[in-house]
Design a protein. Structure first.
Length: 235
C-alpha cells in the first residue's frame, strides 16, 4: 500500500494491520514554477509572510494571529501578513473578527482563495510561507511555495525535517512562544539564500520525475520480489 508521508502511515496503522507498505510523496511539476522573478523581490519592503492553504482550525491560523498580536510594532516596518485560501464561511468570519479584535487590520489581510490559474503569480510575490498546522498530510501548497524559492516556517506536523537540515526555513512547535520567537528571528537570516535552498529541495527530492521513478521502483520490487527500494517501511 502507498502512503504520501510517514504520519499518514502511522495513523492508518492504528486502524489496519499492514504487511508491506511504502511512503511515496506527492511530486511537483517544476515546469510550472519559475523562480527568476521571485528571487529578486526580497529586496522590497515590507516582506509578505503568507498563510496559503485551507483556512481551518487545525491549520494553526488562530495561534498565528495571537502571536502577531503580540509582536512589537516596529516588526511591521519590515513584515506584513496575508491569509488566503478556501474555508467554511463561518470560520473565515471568525478569523476576520479576531483580526479586528486584535486591532491587526493594518498588518494582516484576509484575501479570497486563488484559482489554479493565478495562484502561481500570487505566490511569486510572497517572501515567506507559513504553516503552523496542528495536523498535516503531504502539503502541496508547501511544496509549491518551496518550488518558487520561498523560505518556509512550518510546524513539526508537516514532517519535513529536510527543511531545517538544508537551511530552507524553520520548523516550529505549534505553540505560542516558539512560533513568536521564530517569527521575530526572521530579521537575522538571509531569506534569499533560504529560498534558493527551498527550491533545491524540491528539485532534488520532490519533482514529478523523481517521485514517479520511486513509484516505478516499488512496482519493480513487487514484480521481482527484490524489495530494494528505500521507500519500503517494513524492510
Amino acid at each position: 500500500m502507498f502512503f504520501s508521508n510517514i504520519g499518514e502511515y502511522q495513523e492508518s496503522k492504528k486502524q489496519v494491520n499492514f504487511s508491506d507498505a511504502c511512503v511515496i510523496p506527492n511530486g511537483i511539476d517544476l515546469s510550472f514554477f519559475k523562480t527568476d522573478q521571485n528571487l529578486d523581490k526580497l529586496n522590497n519592503k515590507p516582506k509578505k509572510i503568507v498563510f496559503f492553504g485551507r483556512i481551518h482550525k487545525k491549520k494553526g491560523v488562530e495561534i498565528l494571529l495571537k502571536v502577531i498580536s503580540k509582536l512589537p510594532k516596529n516588526f511591521f516596518d519590515n513584515f506584513i501578513f496575508e491569509i488566503t485560501g478556501p474555508g467554511e464561511n463561518n470560520y473565515i468570519q471568525k478569523i476576520k473578527k479576531m483580526i479586528h479584535n486584535f486591532n491587526l487590520n493594518s498588518y494582516v489581510a484576509v484575501l479570497p482563495p486563488k484559482s489554479r490559474n493565478n495562484k502561481i503569480s500570487y505566490l511569486k510575490n510572497v517572501d515567506i510561507f507559513i504553516l503552523p498546522s496542528y495536523e498535516e498530510g503531504d502539503s502541496i501548497a508547501l511544496k509549491e511555495a518551496m518550488a518558487l524559492g520561498i523560505p518556509v516556517i512550518i510546524s513539526e506536523q508537516c514532517r519535513m525535517n529536510i527543511v531545517e537540515e538544508n537551511k530552507a526555513g524553520f520548523i516550529v512547535k505549534t505553540e505560542f512562544y516558539n512560533l513568536k520567537k521564530t517569527i521575530l528571528s526572521l530579521v537575522n537570516f538571509d531569506l534569499k539564500k533560504m529560498g534558493i535552498n527551498a527550491r533545491n529541495i524540491i528539485t532534488n527530492n520532490f519533482d514529478n520525475e523523481t517521485c514517479c521513478n520511486r513509484v516505478l521502483k516499488i512496482y519493480e520490487d513487487v514484480y521481482t520480489g527484490s524489495y530494494n527500494s528505500i521507500d519500503w517501511i517494513n524492510y
